[in-house]
Design a protein around this ligand. Structure first.
Ligand code: PXL
Length: 277
């Protein structure tokens, strides 16, 4: 008998325009051969990066999310991975935290989606930082970028290059069995800094790319969630995720479109199908 396709509960917002959150988690994780079960935290007409230039319509789904997760518990569902991202309200952290406690068999990836480039996303409050920090305590892996790391660690955001010893100390400030801090300035370039479940620290340098697209953090964490669920190591997952994001950006660079619309993900997905074989 064959095993069934592994399942990933994806707890993120559904932004209609600007590839991010569920609209990248579903295709990326599916392409990697796992089933995605979405639990939407909020609906937005477009992600918050459009807020400065366009009217946004949003619905917070906190009440609905609590009902959906409770229904899933009643169904007795046990997921291979629970992967969470952008939250619609601070109180969702408690609801999702209780759900994570019911899912002890799962890889629990909490991506503390709160900001980028030293700025918190539009509408994000100090209460949300507290709530996200509490949720992160229940994870097996967290994946903050430098902005989110600073918010969680209570440090000033800074892009000053870090030594290997400083990177190890940064990872030490994150109380989670595994942690990846993305895009840490290191030796004139950038690295993804990882600490695995054995406490091993790995510094994985990569070549920075000039353009910045919202949603690439969600693509990175989606690849990593799928890789870990498939049984790959943290370092293998991080390398595949970084390579895929780099490829997606490279094929998007010549497209004349506001970066807010995100990378040309659909054109990049075949790379993930090839990585399965
Ligand atoms: O990609 C992160 C993200 C997720 N969800 C929403 C966002 C953003 C970034 O702007 O606005 C709603």
């Amino acid at each position: 008998m064959k095993h069934p396709v592994p399942t990933v509960a994806a707890v993120h917002d559904l932004s209609g325009v600007g590839r991010c959150a569920l609209t990248v988690a579903i295709p990326v994780i599916s392409a990697m051969g796992l089933q995605v079960c979405p639990a939407p935290t909020a609906c937005l007409s477009a992600h918050t990066g459009f807020a400065g230039s366009h009217r946004l319509e949003t619905v917070d789904l906190s009440d609905y999310l609590a009902r959906q997760l409770s229904a899933w518990n009643q169904m007795g569902l046990k997921f291979d991975c629970v992967y969470t991202g952008y939250l619609g309200s601070p109180r969702q952290a408690a609801v999702i935290g209780a759900f994570l406690e019911e899912q002890n068999q799962a890889v629990k990836l909490v991506d503390p989606v709160m900001g980028d480039d030293g700025r918190l996303y539009s509408g994000l409050t100090p209460e949300m930082i507290q709530a996200m920090a509490r949720l992160a305590e229940k994870a097996t892996l967290i994946t903050p970028n430098m902005t989110e790391y600073a918010a969680l660690a209570g440090e000033e955001y800074s892009l000053r290059p870090r030594s290997a010893a400083e990177i190890e100390a940064m990872l030490g400030r994150l109380e989670c069995p595994m942690a990846v801090i993305t895009s840490v300035p290191f030796e004139g370039g950038l690295c993804n800094a990882c600490r695995d479940e054995a406490g091993r620290v790995q510094i994985l340098p990569f070549t920075p790319v000039a353009r910045h697209y919202p949603g690439t953090g969600d693509i990175f964490a989606s690849v990593l969630a799928a890789a870990l669920t498939r049984g790959q190591s943290l370092a293998q997952g991080v390398v595949l995720a970084a390579d895929f994001v780099k490829y997606a950006i490279s094929i998007s660079a010549e497209v004349a479109l506001d970066e807010n619309y995100g990378v040309q993900l659909e054109a990049a997905l075949p790379m993930l199908l090839e990585a399965r074989t």
